[in-house]
Ligand binder design. Sequence first.
Ligand code: AMP
Ligand code: MG
Length: 404
Amino acid sequence: MSGIDYSGLMPLETALAHLLALAESAPIVEAERVALADADGRVLAEPLIAGLDLPPWANSAMDGYVLCLADWSGEPLVVSQRILAGTAPEALQSGTCARIFTGAPLPAGADTVEMQEHVEVGEDGRVRFSEPLRLGQNVRPQGQETRVGDSVLPAGTRLGPIEMGLAASLGAAELLVRRRPRVAVLSTGDELIEPGQSLGPGQIYNSNRSLLIAWLRRLGCAVVDGGILADDLELTRTALAALSDVDLILSTGGVSVGEADFLGEALREEGELTFWKLAIKPGKPLTCGHFRGVPVIGLPGNPASSLVTFGLLARPYLLRRLGVQRVEPLGFQVPAGFAWSKPGKRREYLRARLEGGRVVPYPNQSSGVLRSAAWAEGLAELLEGQTLEEGDSLRFIPLSEILG
Ligand code: AMP
Ligand code: MG
């Protein structure tokens, strides 16, 4: 025996590279202006250019007293004005200092602030500085963060609370963002019914629809709920044909090897079908292609498989269509709190937690067990052919990296 045979299974990287290339060939370029408050989760369509310096003028970083250091003789100084944040000071009278508060503009002619804790105010009202002063101390110079004309955020930036705060600091009331991708979610399976109905024999509740719709909305997509699709070729064709105006049809189920694959058949007949057996677990079967030109990604039906393939493949695909460059989740190396003696042909994404700084997998890693992912804080990556002793390190991808 000479090692492990990976033939016939596609490495995750290869599948991702294919999907990202497809995404780049079908970018969603239309843009719309949205109010800053509505920009969370959206993608910038143009760089954010600073229209002003930040800070716009030199200001005090402390509550204290401001003076012109070169003019100071070392004697106690008279306080000639009081400068509050939000006011416009007079120029500093020579031979004096001014009371100043955090965020207040420096008066013309002043350059140095001493914090009030290091100052004594005598009975005569004059200010004595008890510590040596350094030119420019406790001053936030004009433009120290940003200069007019700087590109502060590039096009393709995904906006979140921090970027929205930054845009606000530059006075942006609206932002130009890519339009929301329209994504249809189809859950295939004769066995599926929706919560609210009572279970008949052989039926299960549809998990993937709720999982994917909520997730897509977090990603800034406009979701078209395609509901449950029975395992039937004619119904599959009809359902796909009705979705001619979406940017992506995302289906789950019906792609297992050996099963009558109606999605695949419909794509083969009226579009294009690629079927991949991925070298990952969970999540081996994945369909991708198009139906009459509308891109389709068919995720495996088991909920944990849908989660992993959506998070590691479909999510990066969607973000790249919006022009986002960094679409892959960050992971970091963490010591294993378990041993793994069986090398696998497929890379495993264990639903796992960090306990005492070590990765601990959920005991039941079956791809049908969504509870594993609800318990988990991340995906622990076991590489193809890898074995582990306790304490060896492996990559841990926090779920928070892929869920938003
Ligand atoms: P399939 O890929 O259709 O063979 O489905 C694989 C497994 O996932 C089967 O056990 C299905 O019952 C289950 N499954 C498929 N779709 C869903 C869904 N939307 N919600 C929960 N389980 C599903
Ligand atoms: Mg099925």
